[in-house]
Ligand binder design. Structure first.
Ligand SMILES: [Zn+2]
Length: 296
């Protein structure tokens, strides 16, 4: 495939991945990635068994998979960049050659963060911005701007801060959404709406707070309206998983969204995941519920 054709193909593939992920709630299932077709031809977007996908017709790597070992990524470094180890074997051939080609040509690729078996959060486009034969690894950035940084091995403090912020927005938050939505079977904990595109992962303790970890016990799957109501303290959740609506709002008279969407949720029991470790922490809910009661 010629390079401009390859670039166009990548754009189309990424558009498709973005749409699929958005419809699901920010993630893709393994079977969707493996059964993808490009102009009628099968073109799996991940490899069946390896963590890198190098289609034969492509000069540069199309996607890499990073396995999540905890809430943060195992390949991530303090500077907000990712370090991806050379594939085994000859560093000048095979997979390493195509990853190096992505570095040389600046072609964007897709990082799939594997949250749990069969569930992948896409992060894209990402760029290979350095090749470190001394460490047998490639450096990957979450933003094209790093392809213009002359020396990514020695970032300034401002560049480092920017890279860390990017990692939070483009890696940690989407991964958190995936984990929470999967734990709640893609359903709003308050009203049970089941459309991934309309669902968010709400933090119980905000992530700006030191207790606001990106773990499922600090999350609630909520539809957009309930998430916004929760964040603005119009809706609260007690440590006993009961939904409360702010008093002023309960007494207001308005249309069906207020009536059915909010007022009727008052007193409802939250629908929480079956797995105990995924259930919302009562301690964290208590911390947050205090804010709700003191605001109303
Ligand atoms: Zn809802």
């Amino acid at each position: 495939m010629e390079s401009h054709g390859e670039a166009a193909a990548r754009r189309r593939i990424m558009d498709w991945v973005r749409q699929r992920a958005e419809a699901n709630g920010g993630f893709l299932h393994r079977v969707e990635l493996l059964s993808y077709r490009f102009d009628g031809e099968k073109l799996p977007l991940i490899d069946y068994s390896r963590g890198i996908r190098n289609p034969r017709a492509f000069a540069s790597t199309l996607s890499i998979v990073a396995s999540a070992s905890g809430p943060y990524d195992d390949v991530e470094s303090d500077d907000g960049l990712l370090h991806y180890a050379y594939r085994k074997g000859d560093e000048w051939s095979g997979d390493n050659r195509k990853l190096r080609s992505a570095y040389e040509t600046g072609q964007p690729l897709i990082l799939f963060r594997k949250e749990q078996p069969n569930i992948y959060t896409p992060v894209m486009p990402v760029y290979v911005v350095d090749d470190r034969p001394d460490q047998r690894s490639f450096t990957i950035a979450l933003d094209e701007s790093f392809t213009f940084v002359p020396d990514v091995r020695h970032l300034t403090d401002a560049q480092r801060r920017y890279a860390r912020r990017l990692a939070r927005q483009r890696l940690h938050q989407p991964a958190f959404r995936t984990r929470v939505l999967v734990a709640y079977n893609t359903s709003c904990a308050v009203c049970r709406l089941r459309h991934g595109a309309l669902l968010d992962a709400a933090h119980i303790v905000p992530d700006s707070h030191e207790r606001g970890a990106p773990t499922t016990d600090n999350g609630l799957a909520m539809c957009k309206i309930h998430h916004a109501a929760y964040d603005s303290d119009m809706l609260g959740v007690t440590p006993d998983y009961e939904v409360r609506i702010q008093l002023d709002l309960l007494n207001e008279i308005d249309g069906p969204m207020l009536k059915h969407g909010l007022q009727e949720m008052h007193g409802r029991q939250l629908t929480v995941p079956e797995r105990r470790k995924d259930q919302p922490s009562r301690d964290l809910l208590a911390w947050r519920y205090e804010r709700f009661t003191s605001s109303g």
